[in-house]
Ligand binder design. Structure first.
Ligand code: UT7
Length: 325
């Protein structure tokens, strides 16, 4: 009988992402609502975002990102036995998206489930996947964060329409052969259900509502400690971190988290994700999208020590340190 873990830990094997072609600029939005480019750039940091057309489904973007991540990992669909789709914007709760995504990629009969931790979803997914692999329940897990927020945004509401966008990002999590190659640290995670009302879907029109200032205050005070805890759980110090990839909700929140980490010893040359500028806030997709884009422009490289931290509706949060594959 073998009831003990079979591998020392997990690591990232590959990454991929997908975004719709359509770019919506701040000026495009200002043409239909009372807002302007300067306000959006200064208060949120977004210059443009990607929005899917009506025909493009959330699972379409997830399939594209997942397929790219598998290719990047050098794996075949048959190598994957578990698919986790982190999302909070499926058009309906049944059926789940993960099984459909797996089927379309050609992964036969995997464990497949959706995970709703909103903007923290990707980090929840990577944490869950790493533990499944370490425990021996899964061999290779495809973790996808995919959102079609445009379906749930009231396009006449300037407090949300200027922020949210569509996209998908994915990572393959697989076994580490030995202690030295473990590449995913323990997840630091939690929730604040007492604050659930500050981001919710409204009863009257089924559209997203956000009490922006309340979320902003929470994120700028509570998220840096989560990031520091993830570093501690990984047995590292802030100075060991090469790249910080927080959820892309607001450039001012990202900068506040980076500032607090630097105060705690993170390096001045810490590379900080700012993908929100061109991608907007894509909830569970924002972290893998940012990672993939930073790899493309050379700001994250193989072997880098990367700190991920997601936060959002729930309220939920999660972070972990990973070694970039
Ligand atoms: O991804 C999930 C997690 N979400 C977050 O982390 C979001 C956190 N919150 C935020 O990022 C920010 O609170 C927002 C970007 C949502 C809003 O920025 P803010 O600086 O908190 O703006 P505010 O709501 O306090 O509004 C400031 C002013 C108000 O005008 P007055 O009352 O000062 O005259 C608003 O009416 O800006 C006005 N305003 C706008 N003006 C132009 C609000 N939205 C807009 C807009 N364009 N789109």
């Amino acid at each position: 009988m073998k009831l003990t873990p079979t591998v020392p830990g997990a690591r990232l094997l590959g990454l991929g992402s997908a975004q719709p072609d359509k770019i919506v600029t701040n000026d495009d939005l200002a043409a239909t609502m009372d807002t302007n480019d300067q306000w959006i750039r200064e208060r949120v940091g977004i210059q443009e975002r990607r929005v899917a057309d009506e025909k493009t489904l959330l699972v379409d973007m997830a399939v594209e990102a997942g397929t790219r991540a598998l290719k990047d990992a050098g794996l075949e669909p048959s190598d994957v036995d578990t698919v986790i789709l982190a999302t909070c914007t499926m058009p309906t709760p049944i059926p789940n998206g993960a099984a459909q995504v797996a089927d379309r990629i050609g992964i036969r009969a995997p464990a497949a489930f959706d995970l709703n931790a909103a903007c923290a979803g990707f980090c929840y997914g990577v944490g869950t996947a790493a533990d499944l692999v370490r425990a021996g329940s899964s061999k290779n897990v495809l973790v996808i964060g995919a959102e079609k927020l445009s379906d749930w945004v009231d396009w006449t509401d300037r407090s949300t329409a200027i922020i949210f966008a569509d996209g998908a990002g994915a990572a393959v999590v697989g076994p580490a052969a030995d202690e030295a190659s473990v590449g995913i640290g323990p997840v630091a995670w939690g929730s604040a259900g007492d604050l659930a009302p500050v981001i919710h879907i409204k009863d009257d029109n089924a559209k997203l509502f956000q009490e922006g200032q309340a979320v902003f205050r929470w994120a700028t005070t509570k998220i840096a400690p989560v990031a520091l805890r993830a570093i501690e759980l990984a047995g590292l110090t802030p100075a060991d971190i090469d790249v910080l990839v927080p959820h892309q909700a607001n450039l001012r929140i990202i900068e506040a988290v980076a500032k607090k980490l630097r105060k705690e010893g993170a390096r001045e040359d810490l590379r900080v994700a700012d993908d929100i500028v061109h991608s907007g806030n894509t909830s569970s997709a924002s972290i893998p999208l940012a990672l993939d884009h930073m790899r493309a422009d050379g700001r994250v490289r193989s072997g880098d020590t990367v700190l991920l931290v997601g936060f959002g509706a729930g309220l939920s949060y999660a972070g972990q340190v990973v070694i970039f594959p």
